[in-house]
Design a protein around this ligand. Structure first.
Ligand code: ADP
Ligand code: MG
Length: 260
């Protein structure tokens, strides 16, 4: 008897479920592709706890190009990692594409990321033992794309980022700019609706930065949702919204062309 009771949904459970369903409907209706509420991320470093993200709430709409800027140590990388599902918050709720990702386990998050987001890291994070082409194929294979198709797409993408001649190179045989372009090809491989980038032009020469800027202009024109942590004026120029982040908090939001 007790067992049966415990399986029954209480009125309270039902109310919570209804509230959750209403919220998801609301997010989808407003085309909010990422929703974070009261996000907190702490790093426990022994004696201290660093609060890298401090009670942050934000909404990002489908097709929006959002730039996050702010001083080093502000918490930009941590925030991006939370929004992309690369890390989980200590407190708060995150919805991505109408799915609550904040309490997902690592395996579900990995699947979520594979379908929904491409991430370009500041330090490229290529697999050092795989060639440029294999790095791109690897992510496609993980998503279940058959090898022949994966290879075709990898060749095509590497061509798009100007690396036709570098496909067989290992990461250490590539310049910083070339490695970053492989990382971009990899982030775009599964054609994700949302692209995250963390200081993607910070370590690059002017020519590569310009190339990447033009690539992001094309992605913007394709109505991709783009979220970049950057100080690069050329990338900031493309933004629909600029968020200033400092000490774990949003300190300013600007819609270019409206506030100035
Ligand atoms: P930003 O990208 O704006 O430079 P981060 O998100 O990298 O900021 O870091 C925010 C704060 O969190 C910093 O004080 C940093 O030292 C700390 N931090 C970041 N990652 C870790 C970590 N893995 N362990 C401990 N502290 C961290
Ligand atoms: Mg950072």
């Amino acid at each position: 008897m007790a067992k049966k009771d415990s399986l029954k949904k209480t009125e309270n459970d039902k109310l919570l479920e209804d509230k959750e369903a209403d919220r998801i409907i609301e997010l989808l209706k407003d085309k909010i592709i990422i929703f974070g509420e009261n996000l907190v991320k702490d790093y426990d470093i022994g004696e201290y706890i660093v609060r890298a993200v401090d009670n942050v709430s934000l909404k990002i709409k489908e097709g929006e190009f959002v730039v996050i800027k702010g001083p080093s140590g502000a918490g930009k990388t941590t925030l991006l990692n939370l929004l992309a599902g690369l890390d989980s918050p200590n407190k708060g709720i995150i919805y991505g594409h109408g799915i609550k990702i904040s309490d997902m386990g690592e395996e579900s998050l990995a699947t979520f990321r594979l379908i929904n987001s491409g991430f370009i890291f500041q330090n490229y994070n290529l697999i050092s033992t795989l060639t440029a082409e294999e790095n791109v194929i690897f992510i496609l294979k993980t998503a279940g794309v058959p090898f022949k198709e994966a290879r075709k797409r990898a060749v095509n993408l590497l061509g798009k980022v100007g690396l036709d001649e570098r496909r067989e190179h290992l990461p250490f045989q590539l310049s910083a700019g070339e490695q970053q372009r492989v990382a971009i090809a990899r982030a775009l491989a599964n054609d994700p609706p949302v692209i995250f980038g963390d200081e993607i032009t910070a370590n690059l020469d002017k020519k590569t930065s310009k190339f990447i800027r033009n690539l992001f202009k094309d992605l913007k024109d394709l109505r991709k949702t783009i979220i970049l942590a950057t100080h690069d004026d050329k990338l900031i120029d493309l933004a629909d919204r600029i968020i200033t982040f400092d000490d774990g908090k949003i300190t300013e939001e600007e819609i270019p062309g409206i506030n100035n």
